[in-house]
Design a protein around this ligand. Structure first.
Ligand code: NAD
Length: 490
């Protein structure tokens, strides 16, 4: 068992709290390591270090800042297998998905390294003669990054890479379920040559470390990914600073009666049970045309029952454990609720005996759109099937939730596909593909209760982590007044 520290001002240090916490392997319940339980004082030190390094870092030319990210990408590639195995051990996703998590970080580092030679502003004509007008991008200053556990390498990369290339300095607070992956990621940035103080890491609870960061007056921006409940607390405590929120989902797949059912089946299995259903974009509702409901259910249950749940390091395993005991209890409480509210359990519905937080892939049918299992984020291997009479009814059901992250439709009808793209209330829409699997050069984020309008990844990731400054240069040698001077052609 290893002991890990905080990273402040380029040094690995102990917390002033003199307290530690443990992280566990969710498949075996064995201890992964001990970590410093940071506190408000540690956050203050980390913010001070980030502030001190800001004047230097923001004046490093962006293409030079980007070189660190290019090096990071190579180091992530070098250590991909080691990081993936450690990640699987720490949060329980199957090894092929853990490799995908690291690959997403590699792609992200490369994409934002490329942005170092762009960071485009706008150039536009002035309404006055002999006057130039354009915009430049500038960093916010010190930014606070708060991450969840379900993508322990990819989500920190989504935040840290654009924040760095834009010239911000950082205090990073990872989830207490995956602190080791966060530390490994920071170690690679140090190896890539990131100067002291530019990135600081404080482990500890959300209430102590997270909230201190959110409330800190010198932190100019918070980027948060996590649950809606925590998101609400953050907004209430942030004061006047920018807050980026990437919250939960209740993502539907609509299956029309003309759909390729075999294709839809593969998409549903991947979307609902990949990462044990612990993705913000996981498929949690199937909205199926009633004409094909029975046929599809039969094929689905047959496949779900054959999914292999267990050792996530074996390539034949399909589904790993849930993250912790709390998550296991939460998922099971929804099984009880589904039965209580009159939905029909088709398969699963209980945990596996023995060590680890394993839950059988669970499918309910004849679910009504307003039942709690069809409304609330469960975050586990749990699927609700809701029959629909026709396309309009399916869209109505899809939109009858307070979240709006990802959605999908399986149809061979181009008109249904385009209507769904327009009418579904979500930030991502897939056609003939599952609700999961976004790419790093496209924006990612949701509407309604999933966020507050910010987006990560792609060019939107640069918007997220930079402020726009507007510049006017008047070379007419006289006072020109916009909107007031009357323009004369001659
Ligand atoms: P969580 O909200 O419990 O925790 C997220 C982070 O916030 C952790 O680091 C936690 O310590 C911290 N935190 C907790 N309380 C805090 C507080 N009061 N102030 C500041 N920080 C606090 O979420 P989780 O269980 O780690 O992650 C699962 C959730 O994340 C799900 O709802 C999932 O949908 C969502 N998620 C969203 C996206 C997205 O991009 N939309 C991606 C992944 C996960």
């Amino acid at each position: 068992m290893s002991a890990h520290k905080l990273f402040i001002s380029g040094k690995w240090v102990k917390s002033t709290s003199h307290q530690t916490f443990k992280s566990y392997n969710p498949a075996t319940e064995k201890i992964i390591g001990t970590f410093e339980a940071g506190n408000q004082k540690d956050v203050e030190k980390a913010v001070a270090a980030a502030q001190k390094s800001l004047p230097f870092w923001k004046n490093v030319p962006a293409p030079q800042r980007a070189k660190i990210l290019f090096r990071l990408a190579r180091l992530l590639e070098r250590d991909k297998e080691k990081l993936a195995r450690a990640l699987t051990e720490e949060m329980g996703k199957i090894i092929s998905e853990a490799r995908g998590d690291v690959q997403e970080a590699i792609d992200t580092a490369e994409y934002f390294a490329g942005e170092g030679r762009r960071l485009f502003g706008h150039t536009t004509p002035s309404e006055l003669r002999d006057k130039a007008a354009f915009t430049i991008r500038q960093p916010f200053g010190v930014v606070g990054l708060i991450a969840p556990w379900n993508f322990p390498i990819a989500i920190p990369a989504w935040k840290i890479c654009p924040a760095l290339v834009c010239g911000n300095t950082i205090v990073f607070k990872p989830s207490s379920d995956t602190p080791r992956s966060a530390i490994q990621f920071v170690q690679l940035l140090v190896e890539a040559g990131l100067p002291s103080g530019v990135l600081n890491l404080v482990t500890g609870t959300g209430k102590e470390v997270g909230l201190s960061l959110v409330k800190h007056p010198e932190v100019r921006m918070i980027s948060f990914t996590g649950s809606r409940e925590t998101g609400k607390t953050i907004v209430q405590n942030a004061g006047i600073k920018k807050v980026g929120l990437e919250l939960g989902g209740k993502n539907p797949i609509i299956i029309m009666d003309d759909a390729n059912l075999e294709l839809a089946l593969e998409g549903v299995l991947f979307g609902a049970f990949g990462t044990t259903g612990q993705r913000c974009t996981a498929t949690s509702r199937i909205i199926i045309h009633q004409k094909v409901q029975k046929k599809f259910e039969k094929r689905l249950v047959n496949r779900v029952r054959r999914l292999k749940v267990g050792n996530c390091l074996l390539s034949k395993t399909d589904v790993g454990p849930l993250i912790n005991q709390r998550a296991l209890e939460k998922v099971h409480s929804y099984t009880l609720l589904g039965k209580q509210q009159g939905a029909k359990l088709l398969c699963g519905g209980s945990s596996l005996k023995g060590k680890g937080f394993f839950y059988k892939p669970t499918v309910f049918t004849n679910v009504k759109s307003n039942m709690r299992i069809a409304q609330e984020e469960i975050f586990g291997p749990f699927l609700s099937i809701i029959p629909a009479k026709n396309f309009a009814h399916a869209i109505k059901i899809a939109n009858n939730v307070s979240y709006g992250l990802s959605a999908s439709i399986y149809t061979e009808n181009i008109s249904f596909a385009f209507k769904a793209i327009n009418e579904i209330e979500s930030g991502l829409v897939y056609v003939n593909s599952s609700t999961i699997g976004s790419e790093v050069h496209l924006p990612f984020g949701g509407i309604k209760g999933t966020g507050n309008g910010t987006r990560e990844a792609g060019i939107e990731g640069i918007n997220e982590f930079s402020e726009t400054k507007t510049i006017y240069i008047d070379y007419s040698d006289k006072l020109q007044k916009a909107q007031i001077d009357e323009f004369k052609l001659k």
